[in-house]
Ligand binder design. Structure first.
Ligand code: NDP
Ligand code: KPL
Length: 313
């Protein structure tokens, strides 16, 4: 018998956080709390969070409030909010608490593990969700799935039982009807998603291009693939070994996406928000220096997106 997850805290009620928080609330309103400072609570209470047309009144808990630890904390902030979120979730972390970060990139798990310890942090990412946020209104037509696993026991040998922490989260997602996938090799899956975000998020932000442009303009597709190839090369140095089949797998997904759909980074640039470029091109360039791999495409994307951050809005 597993120790069932009963209390979930979510920090970061944006496109991703609100989408999954709404599923948890629909399952059981009493199982979910949202961690937010007083200023955010005021804002959220003045303007209901609306997910796919339905208003949600979550239970908000300020970081200073005395509270019982959560069984699971879902972290759905962006990187610029992560250091503060890590401090503000402290009161929800008890001896048995698991932490599931949903941020893009391959860095958030390590950043959180440095503070709260590696054993409680699962690796996770969202795939195929098309959530868009406009203020406190979040809309999606596809909730996608959360891929997650325990990187410490990855790759999982065929037929091996799931690690207890993974099994507990799986059980929660089953009960709450949150689509999920538990890949045998979560580390490889994280790198695969990293490759995608490095390619399409960054080039879409620079070109201001929705998915349709990458489906129909060969030159745009070529720029995207050039950025991804630098990740493929780096992956050989960390034992992950991405290859051209991984590119082809993404192409199939790309062609099934709505031509008008936009990556989260394009949405950030259009809204004049800080992007996550340091954790995409920035990480690629850092790893390139470390392993002696040339990363000119990502260097260029880095400089262009940093320029956009300082000039658009
Ligand atoms: N959007 C998408 O389609 C996808 C996004 N992702 C990834 O998911 C992650 C989240 O992205 P997304 O949901 O789009 O981002 P959003 O900007 O929509 O949401 C982030 C939310 O975090 C909140 N926040 C920041 N700091 C704190 C804090 N200290 N306490 C409480 N709340 C805080 C912000 O609150 P406030 O609004 O009040 O400032 C904001 O609502 C990113 O890493 C992104 O790359 C992955 C796949 C798809
Ligand atoms: C894969 C993609 C492009 C869409 O879910 C994404 O992760 C993002 O927009 O950040």
């Amino acid at each position: 018998m597993i120790n069932q997850i009963q209390r979930v805290s979510v920090i970061g009620l944006g496109a991703i956080g609100a989408a999954y928080a709404s599923r948890l609330y629909d399952y059981d309103p009493s199982c979910i709390r949202v961690i937010a400072d007083e200023a955010r609570i005021q804002r959220y209470q003045n303007h209901d969070v609306v997910v796919n047309g339905r208003s949600y009144r979550f239970q908000y808990v300020s970081p200073e409030a005395e509270t019982q630890p959560a069984d699971l904390i879902i972290v759905a902030v962006k990187y610029d909010g992560l250091p503060q979120a890590i401090q503000q979730m402290r009161g929800h972390v008890g001896p048995e608490t698991l932490i599931l970060p949903l941020l893009n990139g391959i860095s958030s798990e390590d950043i959180i593990a440095e503070v709260y310890g590696r054993d409680r942090v699962l690796h996770a990412m969202c795939v195929a969700i098309d959530a868009v946020r406009d203020g406190r209104t979040v809309t999606f037509s596809n909730i996608g799935r959360i891929c997650f696993g325990d990187a410490q026991s990855s790759p999982l040998p065929e037929g091996a039982p799931l690690p207890n922490a993974v099994e507990r989260v799986r059980d929660l997602f089953e009960r709450a009807h949150i689509p999920y996938e538990i890949p045998a090799d979560i580390r490889r899956s994280m790198w695969w998603k990293f490759m995608i975000n490095v390619g399409i998020n960054q080039t879409s932000a620079v070109l201001r291009a929705p998915y349709g442009v990458f489906q129909s303009v060969p030159e745009a597709h070529h720029v995207m693939v050039s950025a991804m190839q630098e990740v493929i090369e780096l992956s050989q140095h960390v034992g992950v070994h991405l290859n051209d089949r991984d590119l082809a797998e993404f192409d199939e997904i790309l062609h099934a996406m709505s031509p008008e759909g936009k990556t989260s980074m394009l949405q950030d640039v259009e809204a004049g928000r800080k992007t996550e470029v340091e954790y995409l091109a920035g990480t690629v360039c850092e790893l390139g220096s470390k392993y002696g791999v040339a990363t000119p495409v990502n260097r260029m994307l880095y400089d262009m997106i940093r320029t956009l951050e300082q000039t658009s809005g």
